[in-house]
Ligand binder design. Structure first.
Ligand SMILES: NC(=O)c1ccc[n+]([C@@H]2O[C@H](COP(=O)([O-])OP(=O)(O)OC[C@H]3O[C@@H](n4cnc5c(N)ncnc54)[C@H](O)[C@@H]3O)[C@@H](O)[C@H]2O)c1
Length: 263
């Protein structure tokens, strides 16, 4: 089903990534206005190149880990005439970004406090700062929804053997931050309930992005459907959570993982 998002203005963080850019494309197709944000760099440039001519699309550079930027960008967005009624906490440091392409992944014993805290700063503190700014600028002023993005590794442990010999691994701070983000969801759900604001978590499973046959086989073995997801399959559910049809849902975690979490 194609959602009609014509009454939605969606503010999204980390919008240039694999999933973020899919959400942006699908949201625009569904009639939403999209206020996209991301760090400076090639991903942001590509997104602006793809949608910059669309009057329903706006782009702002914003580091979710920078307190001053989160406040000032929200204020600029409003001053520019956008009126977001959906906010998506999508930005995250994933493993490859943390280490830099090609660098060996450290074992847990060698994981630095710096890398752990840097990940928490983006994935969890950043999400908190965006939600807090939403509280200041949007919640209670008009009906609104927040969608936090967790992972299949939020409430389930990473299956370490599938990463043996792979150029990337799952790292501790990732799962810890993603468990925390659902804590933010359930805390805010009750706090905002009487101010006409909902908050839910989406937990994507393993999303295909050019992974090797071997990795697809290993991770597929953990998934009931025996395959990775396509980004559009996650977007299908994300669009529903952003739509008015999700209005009676709050405080929920929605797993879109081909059955990974249901074994
Ligand atoms: N792809 C998957 O398999 C998968 C599975 C489960 C959950 N997720 C989650 O979905 C979301 C999107 O994932 P993705 O696969 O598109 O990842 P991605 O790495 O392709 O994109 C992440 C985006 O976040 C941005 N970002 C990183 N640090 C930032 C910061 N400090 N401020 C602002 N933006 C920042 C990056 O620039 C990038 O555009 C993430 O929260 C991720 O944890 C992804």
């Amino acid at each position: 089903m194609t959602q009609n998002l014509s009454e939605r203005t969606i503010f999204i963080t980390g919008s240039g990534g694999v999933l973020g850019s899919t959400y942006v494309r699908r949201m625009l197709e569904a009639g939403a206005k999209v206020v996209a944000t991301d760090l400076e760099g090639a991903r942001a440039d590509q997104l602006v190149e793809a949608h910059g001519d669309n009057p329903d699309f706006g782009f702002y550079h914003m580091d979710v880990g920078d307190e001053e930027q989160v406040t000032s960008i929200f204020q600029r967005v409003m001053a520019d005439g956008w009126k977001p009624n959906v906010v998506l906490n999508n930005a995250a440091i994933t493993g490859e970004m943390l280490m830099g392409a090609g660098k060996p992944f450290p074992d847990f014993a060698d994981t630095s406090v710096h890398d752990f805290e840097r990940t928490m700063r983006t994935n969890l503190t950043g999400a908190f700062m965006v939600a807090r700014q939403m509280d200041r600028d949007i919640v209670g002023k008009w009906p609104s929804a927040l969608v936090n993005v967790a992972s299949m590794y939020a409430l389930n442990g990473a299956h370490h053997p599938i990463y043996e010999g792979m150029p990337f691994k799952n790292f501790s701070a990732y799962g810890v931050s993603k468990a925390g983000i659902h804590g933010l969801t359930v805390w805010l759900a009750g706090y905002w309930a009487k101010r006409d604001a909902t908050v839910n978590t989406i937990s994507p499973g393993a999303v295909f992005n050019g992974h090797s046959e071997e990795f697809q086989k290993r991770v597929g073995g953990l998934i009931m459907q025996d395959r990775m997801a396509q980004p559009d399959e996650i977007a299908d559910v994300m669009l529903f959570l952003c739509s008015p049809q999700a209005g009676h849902m709050t405080g929920q975690m929605v797993n879109v993982d081909g059955g990974f979490s249901a074994w």
